[in-house]
Ligand binder design. Structure first.
Ligand code: ATP
Length: 305
């Protein structure tokens, strides 16, 4: 095992402060309400004052108050990229800036440009360093809102993480007509089935519920070309491991797989070898700084440790 798990999502000691997270819907509304949100409405209202070619669009954004609290080097030690460097849609940039994110964090700098190319990604970074943005930004960029199909699946180990992730995803895409669905165990299956009759572009799910709906042929993921495993170490633990092979089996051959985690224990190796193709590796953990070293396989590192 390369390192030990640092536990779940955001906590007060994490590199980015999280306490004033402006739109933390996950703490205010439950999954069913999230499921029914239509980002399109927010978009229609907000877009009336900013036209597509408006050169002053940035100055008209509704930017939250700046957070002046101290941040650790995990998030400040960047190469100086701007979100605009990645040629993202104007509407997505608006969502990013209105979330209060001025510049990409290191994991976002490493991940976004590669993920945008469709290549598989294997990323290791501490909790709270912006991993969610590192994969949701390229996913939102590549979704076609006019196509009525599940185009991306984000798998997480718990319902709480699914809700947190969906709230970030919806905030970032609030100016785009995207439909995000949370699909987790412990909720009404019937409501999920009825929600699936409507348009869904992005599914954020725990593996068991997703697989259940896929096997019943209610959730169709045969056109889904991107899958993310967030907290991949937990998803590929013995509890879930067997489910993941099954989920991947239902995806098209031509798909992108991205793994994000603070740790990559040996249990992840099998999955990487079996399903991933020449993944681009990112490792931002201090004890394994790989700056300037290319193609170092996590598997080899784990043997050395
Ligand atoms: N580029 C950015 N600029 C400023 N704040 C950011 C940026 N990216 C993410 N954040 C904020 O940092 C906090 C932590 O981000 P996030 O939850 O994505 O981290 P994470 O690495 O996914 O953590 P975990 O592994 O615990 O899920 C959130 O409040 C998020 O809004």
């Amino acid at each position: 095992m390369i390192g030990s798990s640092t536990g779940g999502k955001a906590s007060p000691s994490l590199p980015f402060s999280t306490t004033n997270f402006p739109g933390n819907l996950a703490t205010r509304i439950d999954g069913n309400e999230i499921n029914s949100i239509n980002n399109g409405n927010a978009s229609a209202n907000a877009m009336t004052s900013i036209t597509k070619d408006d050169p002053d669009w940035k100055s008209k954004l509704n930017i939250p108050e700046k957070d002046h609290r101290a941040r650790t080097s995990d998030v400040t030690n960047t190469s100086g990229h701007d979100f605009e460097d990645y040629c993202l849609k104007r509407e997505l940039l608006m969502g990013i800036y209105e979330k209060g994110w001025e510049k990409p964090s290191p994991i976002q700098e490493h991940s976004i440009p590669i993920a945008l190319t469709g290549r598989d990604v294997l990323a290791r970074a501490k909790n709270g360093t912006g991993k969610t943005g590192a994969y949701t930004i390229p996913i939102v960029e590549r979704i076609d809102p006019n196509k009525n199909a599940i185009q991306a699946v984000i798998l997480v180990p718990t319902r709480e993480l699914a809700l947190q992730t969906s709230s970030i995803c919806m905030e970032l895409s609030k100016h785009i007509h995207l439909r995000v669905m949370v699909m987790t165990g412990g909720t009404s299956l019937r409501e999920d089935i009825s929600r699936l009759q409507e348009i869904v572009h992005i599914v954020i799910a725990t593996p068991g519920r997703l697989l259940d709906l896929v096997k019943k042929d209610l959730a169709k993921i045969d056109a889904c070309r991107v899958i993310v495993l967030d907290e991949a170490d937990k998803l590929l633990s013995q509890d879930f491991n067997h489910l993941l092979d099954d989920v991947i089996f239902h995806l098209p051959q031509d798909r992108q797989i991205m793994l994000y985690s603070a740790t990559f224990p040996l249990t992840v190796d099998d999955f990487i070898k079996k399903h991933m193709r020449n993944p681009y590796e990112i490792n931002l953990m201090e004890e394994l700084t790989l700056k300037g070293i290319e193609s170092v396989c996590f598997a080899k590192l784990s043997i050395l440790m």
